[in-house]
Design a protein around this ligand. Structure first.
Ligand SMILES: NC(=O)c1ccc[n+]([C@@H]2O[C@H](COP(=O)([O-])OP(=O)(O)OC[C@H]3O[C@@H](n4cnc5c(N)ncnc54)[C@H](OP(=O)(O)O)[C@@H]3O)[C@@H](O)[C@H]2O)c1
Length: 417
């Protein structure tokens, strides 16, 4: 059911208790920066909400976590890698081990979880927050790609919502807010007013180069994204366009859209983030600066708005906006996403697991850049697909798919594109 546009948004809370999982990464640190900015506005009487950071969680970056703990002294802390050095962290505040994100969510019961862990490691805490009825500002797209059914089932049951942080989904959400009313938030059934949604992709560092030219691209070249500064995994995903593939699957789960309603287009300026075509032929687009603090702040203040600290978008400086079709032979990941959305079941978890294994292998210089998507495709083809309807089954599928991908990585011939 679309939200009633005549039903006004509720007043902003005086205090919002926030847990940041993945606080030491690119999104996590920008979330903390945005919270600092909003709290400064609050102190000046320019924003109604004060944000209290109640939990901070990293994998192994103990010294960064200790610095963050100094700024937010009451926050519970999590360190997921059991082998990580914990010096500088207060033992009284610290939870250790792989299940630290889940335990922090359970123990602190925040109003909002910022899901900024990279990869499948983010799934359990996203799911737990959804089960507990806690809204999630989600950057960790892999949770939805691998566990879309279990996470959205839990959200529909608890009534909690996802406030997308991924810039394309944040843009799409904002287009839909104007169509569906101020209380609209995913997950949702497909809004009846939508005919089609297009997500934009910058094309990454190798846009315009042939597959042969980039086959042996170095790690440094692949990490050199033209418009965004991000963590390593998402930067490599952007270079293969697997990031856009994961985002198409993410959009399917968030907004209830079918494969036929979703596509991607190359847009080198990364200024337009999402385009929504309505059934009457109108086209709404979301534009914004290439600064993740914009979508992060939108998720923190929804359904209200606050003055941002980001540089305003200057369209005259950008000059022109270009759009090009995605060449399916050059970027096979996009077709894989369409197939995964149609197939459902274990295919999302397999796509994600094979890609995680292949990207790790590329970063360790075990495989060529041009081999990453071939490993994912081969793993999808070899996998004996099955339902992905519990956390255990999704994690089992992930492990099996990683094993197949690892076998391909270790073999010299099977992964050749
Ligand atoms: N960066 C962007 O601009 C951007 C934009 C849109 C969406 N996203 C999505 O946001 C997510 C995070 O991306 P990012 O660029 O911020 O990544 P990142 O810079 O690599 O940071 C990842 C964070 O997750 C933690 N982490 C890593 N492995 C973990 C594990 N096994 N268990 C628990 N925590 C773990 C890291 O802790 P340590 O520091 O201790 O390693 C770090 O805090 C990804 O899903 C990405 O696709 C990112």
């Amino acid at each position: 059911m679309p939200a009633d546009p005549s039903n006004p948004a509720p007043p902003a809370p005086a205090i919002l208790r926030v847990a940041i999982l993945g606080s030491t990464g690119s999104i996590g640190t920008q979330a903390l920066d945005t919270i600092g900015h909003l709290n400064a506005l609050n102190a000046q009487g320019r924003h109604p909400t004060r944000y209290e950071v109640v939990a901070l969680c990293a994998h192994e970056s103990a010294s960064k976590l200790a610095q963050q703990s100094g700024v937010h002294p009451g926050a519970a802390l999590g360190l997921c890698n059991p082998a990580a050095d914990q010096s500088g962290l207060s033992p009284a505040l610290l939870t250790r081990g792989q299940d630290a994100p889940v335990r922090l969510v359970e123990d602190t019961r925040p109003d909002l979880v910022i899901g900024a862990i990279v990869g499948i490691a983010g799934l359990s805490s996203t799911l737990r927050a959804a089960q507990l009825g806690i809204n999630i500002a989600l950057a960790n797209k892999e949770s939805l790609v691998a566990g879309g059914k279990i996470v959205t089932d839990a959200l529909f049951q608890s009534g909690a919502k996802i406030y997308p942080v991924d810039s394309e989904h944040a843009g799409l959400w904002q287009c839909l807010l104007s169509l569906e009313g101020p209380q609209y938030a995913p997950p949702s059934a497909p809004p009846e007013s939508i005919r089609r949604v297009t997500l934009t992709a910058s094309g990454g560092p190798f846009r315009g180069r042939s597959l042969a030219e980039v086959q042996d691209a170095t790690v440094e070249q692949a990490l050199n994204h033209p418009t965004w500064t991000m963590g390593k995994k998402v930067s490599i995903d952007s270079a293969t366009l697997m990031n856009k593939a994961l985002e198409l699957v993410e959009a399917h789960w968030l907004f209830g859209l079918s494969a036929d309603q979703l596509d991607a287009v190359i847009h080198p300026q990364s200024t337009v983030h999402a385009i929504v075509e309505t059934v009457d032929g109108s086209v709404l687009a979301h534009m914004g600066p290439t600064d993740m603090r914009c979508p992060i702040q939108h998720a923190l203040t929804h359904p209200h708005r606050a003055t941002s600290q980001t540089r305003p978008l200057d369209l005259t400086a950008i000059g022109s906006l270009d759009f090009q079709p995605v060449d399916p032979l050059r970027f096979p990941a996009i077709n894989m996403a369409q197939e995964v959305i149609k197939a459902g079941s274990s295919s999302g978890a397999v796509l994600n697991a094979a890609n995680e294994a292949a990207v790790e292998a590329f970063l360790k210089k075990q495989i060529a850049f041009g081999t990453i998507t071939a490993i994912v495709q081969n793993t999808l083809e070899r996998f004996d697909h099955c339902p992905a309807d519990s956390l255990e089954s999704v994690l089992g599928i992930h492990a099996q798919a990683r094993a197949i991908a690892t076998e391909l990585i270790n073999s010299n011939t099977a992964a050749t594109p």
